[in-house]
Design a protein around this ligand. Structure first.
Ligand code: BEZ
Length: 255
């Protein structure tokens, strides 16, 4: 039976994120290289999460401000001694304050990308750069398809399976251009991602609202989705790999 009021909004627990999703900050090496942060640069980390990567950027000499829409993440980031603010990335209120805006694994959660780009363009000084990485076209396609197939079989809202913004490079480059950026480089990179905690924990951390709609049947729906995915994303040793595809870009404003 379906719960009458499913929790539709994604919520975050910094504790469970730390235990099951640490790979998100650990796998950010390439986009940090693209950022090429110089000591003393003023940086906005957009969607800073629990601050693991923000802390590394500050240690590299950046004067870093982090923003995130999750209170739990902001509290965890403050415990690291970081300068962070609770804010919706779709309503940024900074004016020409940063040399660079950086974002890792966050932009796909912001489903009003034009509002994000408005705020990022406003937050940057002339000549400032926007460097980021997030889910691109085709990201976690097998995982979303398994959830949608389960919703078709059982009833329920299939669209809760994939609320994310996963654009192609062509689409996102056009959007950046439309907000006054010059795109220096952009690309789509398949990045099969080992899940040390397995698929069940991934689904619980990243897509709880889909399963919550089934109320008391939540656990059996989880079992069903995991069983559908096992032949394609789990190897003979029982190791799971998620079908991540990253979109990485560097864009600059005119000086
Ligand atoms: C990602 O980082 O690509 C991602 C994270 C959670 C859900 C979907 C995608």
């Amino acid at each position: 039976m379906r719960s009458s009021e499913p929790a539709r909004q994604q919520t975050w627990s910094s504790d469970s994120y730390d235990r099951h999703a640490r790979f998100v900050s650990e796998l950010a090496g390439a986009v940090v290289e693209w950022l090429d942060l110089k000591p003393g640069e003023r940086l906005l980390d957009l969607g800073c999460g629990d601050g693991a990567l923000t802390e590394a950027l500050a240690a590299a000499g950046g004067i870093v401000t982090g923003v995130d829409a999750s209170e739990d993440f902001i509290a965890a980031a403050r415990k690291r001694g970081l300068n962070v603010q609770l804010a919706d990335g779709q309503a940024l209120a900074y004016e020409a304050e940063f040399d660079a805006v950086f974002s890792n694994a966050a932009l796909h959660w912001m489903t009003e990308p034009d509002k994000v780009l408005d705020g990022v363009a406003r937050a940057l000084r002339p000549g400032g750069r926007f460097v980021g990485e997030f889910g691109g076209h085709g990201n976690v396609a097998a995982i979303v398809t398994a959830m949608r197939a389960t919703a078709q079989r059982r009833g329920g809202e299939a669209d809760l399976a994939g609320p994310w913004f996963f654009p192609s490079p062509e689409v996102y480059a056009r959007m950046l251009d439309g907000h006054g950026f010059e795109v220096r480089r952009i690309g789509l990179f398949p990045r099969p991602t080992p899940l040390k905690s397995g698929m069940r924990e991934w689904l619980k951390v990243f897509r709880h609202p889909f399963f919550a709609q089934y109320g008391a049947e939540e656990d059996s729906v989880l079992d069903e989705v995991v069983a559908l995915l096992k032949p394609v994303l789990c190897d003979a040793d029982g190791h799971w790999t998620a079908d991540y595809v990253r979109l990485r870009f560097e864009a600059v404003l005119p000086g």
